[in-house]
Design a binder for this molecule. Sequence first.
Ligand SMILES: NC(=O)c1ccc[n+]([C@@H]2O[C@H](COP(=O)([O-])OP(=O)(O)OC[C@H]3O[C@@H](n4cnc5c(N)ncnc54)[C@H](O)[C@@H]3O)[C@@H](O)[C@H]2O)c1
Ligand SMILES: O=C(O)C(=O)C[C@]1(C(=O)O)C=C[C@@H](O)C=C1
Length: 360
Amino acid sequence: MTTHVRIVGTGLIGTSLGIALSQNGFRVSLDDPSPTAVRLARDLRAGEVADEQPGAPDVVVVAAPPDVAAGVVVDALNRWPDAVVTDVASVKESVLRVVLDSGADASRYVGSHPMAGRERSGAAAARADLFDGRAWVVVPHEASTDAAVRRVREVALSVGSAVRVMPAHEHDEAVAAVSHVPQLAASIVAACLRELPESAVGLAGQGLRDVTRIAASDPRLWTQILAGNAPAVRDVLRHVRDQVDDVVGALDSLADADGEGALGTLSRVLEAGNLGHARIPGKHGAAPAAYEVVSVVVPDEPGSLARLLTDVGAAGINLEDLHLEHGLGQAVGVAEISVVPSSVEPLRAELARLGWRVHD
Ligand SMILES: NC(=O)c1ccc[n+]([C@@H]2O[C@H](COP(=O)([O-])OP(=O)(O)OC[C@H]3O[C@@H](n4cnc5c(N)ncnc54)[C@H](O)[C@@H]3O)[C@@H](O)[C@H]2O)c1
Ligand SMILES: O=C(O)C(=O)C[C@]1(C(=O)O)C=C[C@@H](O)C=C1
């Protein structure tokens, strides 16, 4: 029988999930306090408006902001006595506590969290493939049933995610380090750009773009996330502060004296960064992928990039990532194509043969 999923909250995550589930044969009904958000999600083929869908859902996915998620979960548990209810809020312990204390039937609640998103909010930013290959944390608790856990796993697996099961407190500690502090770091670095003269900001290259992409995220959402995970975020941030203090101390001693030991400190911090970065897993939780970049000059003309990508595909080479770098005031850009190391030389040779300017 077709599984009926009710999505409550049709912003970025709810609409992306609705599109992906609909494409995979689920029946999806959509609900949101904003009628515009529901209709936009429907127009993006995320499902049908809830009022027009008869019958109770088998699964309810609450994709509302974190500060209201627990209340919406409790309402759903009370309204549909046979449905399994999950939420996708970025913090889990605070939601779970409210649900357990509410008196609702918590055996049918299993929290979850897709480790996938974007720096933009709202249905218009939705992507069908948002969850593909990403971790999706499933968070059972002392009262949840195995059947409820299986239902939530089914939702995550059916949109291509890799399920990771862990308790709420472990989830919250983990995401403090891998998501919440990185958001703060990006925001703090980007905030320092506000006072810079235009001539300095205009020099920004890919490094700054890589480090600050998520600084464009919604401050209302992130204020709620940080507040909902305050102790864990504070602990990671203290660790970051200790390391920043070490670097400032080293730079002080280089500026004021001969700085004995300072270069060692700087080098240790940078090498530690290499080691941490190398631990970030690839898609589907695969071993960290060590891709190499082939840089190709792309004329700033309509169709150039499409032609380049077609040539890469025709060479039988899998493109793992792509960055486009625009030179200051130049009529060309540089496409940085990430491929597995064994494809670097064949790709360089083939693109050069086809007349592309490939950087050394
Ligand atoms: N943005 C991300 O990258 C990301 C990633 C994973 C999980 N999450 C979590 O997913 C949830 C939704 O985030 P988003 O980025 O889709 O936000 P969003 O702002 O794009 O969408 C939130 C939607 O919830 C609706 N809403 C507000 N109050 C509601 C209520 N009381 N009941 C039902 N719906 C309500 C809003 O109208 C809006 O359409 C949040 O809990 C967030 O922590 C976000
Ligand atoms: O890629 C992004 O833009 C995200 O912000 C996604 C991201 C993250 O990876 O930190 C952000 C918050 C969510 O709770 C889960 C995923």
